[in-house]
Design a protein around this ligand. Structure first.
Ligand SMILES: [Zn+2]
Length: 300
């Protein structure tokens, strides 16, 4: 999310609880355009909207859903899951990349519709329970606080921990930077005997409100080393297929359009390294701008 472009507004409650929770931001209407669900590989499907990823991984013993997009995305995600022939009540576990309104906003409604367990890092779990990011979020804005529908029950998971639903195994990788509690998730999906390493990559963009520095400020530490470590961690994951929290970052729709029975453009063992290389470039440019701003402030 980008708070400077954002006006979080509670819409008038003209259409029940959902309309009340809907978030209006600069990109929200565009992000929330409906998208047709599609298969990525084996039991992994894209069920998100045009601009916000949601990923379904299925098994005969229950499914796992990654991310819930905006509050108003929840019915679109549910419709996509059902149009693929799966049932909401078979979604047993919901995982989150990071607890911003555009990736976690729909989780409360999706949890309600499915009865699934929601899991996140302890920091991310706290934000989901509070329904708003804390003062340690780079995009925290006291004048324009982002609110998401609160998630009452969130299981806290440790870095490296594996979560199971039937035969599915999901591993959590803490990826702090974009948010303090961000997480990247990995699992395996098999198709025709070919098992691939799947990565759902958390946002790696250094976005903040004005006046926040990833290189540290008067009363908070430098976070640049931790951010670099996160990007490096994503670069070095076992990775045959990477899907980013914003589908454009991993070119998901073009890949889906080009996919045939013979060739799957989602398969790219360099995908995580490419995503990380783009992130390093923007992050270093951001740090350079911070140094210039700080030098100006010190000199002026
Ligand atoms: Zn975000």
């Amino acid at each position: 999310m980008k708070t400077s472009l954002m006006t979080v507004a509670l819409l008038l409650a003209t259409n029940g609880a959902l309309a009340q929770d809907a978030i209006n931001c600069g990109s929200c209407a565009e992000w929330n355009q409906p998208a047709k669900p599609f298969n990525i590989h084996g039991n992994t499907y894209y069920v998100g909207t045009a601009g916000l990823s949601a990923i379904l991984v299925t098994s005969p013993q229950g499914h796992v859903l990654l991310d819930g997009a905006l509050p108003q995305s929840a019915p679109l995600i549910q419709k996509n899951i059902e149009s693929l022939g799966f049932r909401m009540k078979d979604v047993k576990l919901i995982l989150n990349s990071h607890a911003h309104f555009d990736h976690a906003g729909g989780i409360a409604a999706l949890q309600k519709a499915s009865g699934a367990t929601v899991a996140h890092s302890p920091h991310g779990a706290q934000v989901l329970r509070d329904g708003t990011p804390g003062t340690d979020d780079p995009q925290y804005d006291p004048k324009e606080r982002a609110h998401i529908p609160k998630v009452a029950q969130v299981k806290e998971v440790a870095d490296g921990e594996t979560l199971s639903v039937g035969p599915l195994r999901f591993t959590v990788h803490y990826t702090p930077g974009h948010t303090p509690g961000g997480t990247t998730w990995t699992w395996q999906s098999c198709e025709a005997g070919r098992c691939l390493d799947m990565v759902y990559a958390d946002s790696l963009t250094a976005v903040s409100t004005d006046g926040f520095y990833f290189t540290g400020g008067a009363n908070y530490p430098d976070r640049s080393a931790a951010f670099r470590k996160t990007i490096d961690r994503v670069a070095n994951l076992k990775c045959d297929i990477v899907i980013a929290a914003h589908p454009g970052f991993s070119d998901a729709f073009n890949k889906a359009a080009a996919k045939t029975a013979q060739s799957n453009p989602f398969i790219d063992p360099e995908g995580c390294r490419k995503l990380a290389a783009g992130a390093v470039k923007s992050f270093e440019a951001r740090l350079q701008r911070e140094r210039i701003e700080k030098a100006k402030a010190a000199g002026g």
